[in-house]
Each structure stands twice: as C-alpha cells, then as structure tokens.
Design a protein around this ligand. Structure first.
Ligand code: FES
Length: 129
C-alpha cells in the first residue's frame, strides 16, 4: 500500500456555513484483516478561518448535523451535535458543553488552494481493537 496521500477539492464554504465531503478510512480488524469504511467530513468557515472535522461526535459517534449540512448553533458561534446537544468550539474542536466529556472533534488535514480547499480522500489506518 502506498503512503501517498490523495486529495479531493471542496469549494470553500461561506462564512458561518459548512460543506460536507466523503472520506474513506481503512480499518484493521481484530482478526488482522483490513476493511475500507466510508466516513464523512465537514469543512467550515468561522471568523474568516477554515477548519475541517470528521462528522462523528466523540460522545456516541453519530453525525453532528441534524439536517444535512446544519452544524452551527443558532447564534453561529458553536458547532452542535443535534443528537444530545454537545457543543464544540468551531476553531479548536474542543468540547464546550454537553456529554462529550472533554473529548473534541477529530481534525482532518486541509490545504487552501485558491477558491478551493483540498481535503484527503482517505484517513489513515485505524485499529478497531
Ligand atoms: S452523539 Fe453527539 S452528543 Fe451524543
């Protein structure tokens, strides 16, 4: 398997908005075999800065958005998981309140490139045991 990272282009979201993208992950099963799973990431713009996070809540692993692409609180200052209402800092991914118990969002690498942002096609190998 190659270590070469593959990238995909995602349009930059507007201030206070999010764009979702697909992400593959190769997992190593407890029996030593490997399997590919599909995940999702989301890219946000907050206070003029971009961040990319995995769309997986650290509380119970659910996607954060209650409707596709809806991640921000009503005042636009925090990211919210709409399952049990954990709140996160949009720029650091830190858990601010709710049942996330100080576990933050998982960052996804990104590279700004003109009007687009490059995000990886896949994440690194993850062990399941
Ligand atoms: S799954 Fe997100 S707060 Fe419970």
């Amino acid at each position: 398997m190659s270590d070469q990272q593959q990238w995909q282009s995602v349009a930059k979201p507007a201030e206070g908005e999010a764009v979702c993208f697909d992400l593959k992950a190769r997992v190593r099963l407890s029996n030593g075999e490997q399997a590919d799973i599909s995940e999702q990431g989301f890219l946000i713009c907050h206070q003029g800065q971009y961040r990319a996070w995995k769309n997986s809540c650290p509380h119970a692993g659910a996607p954060l958005d209650w409707m596709p692409g809806q991640f921000f609180s009503e005042d636009g200052q925090q990211l919210v998981c709409h399952v049990h209402f954990a709140h996160f800092d949009p720029l650091t991914g830190d858990c601010l309140s709710g049942p996330c118990q100080q576990k933050g969002l998982s960052p996804v690498k990104f590279i700004e490139s003109g009007n687009m942002i490059q995000v990886p096609v896949s994440t690194h190998l993850v062990d399941t045991d």
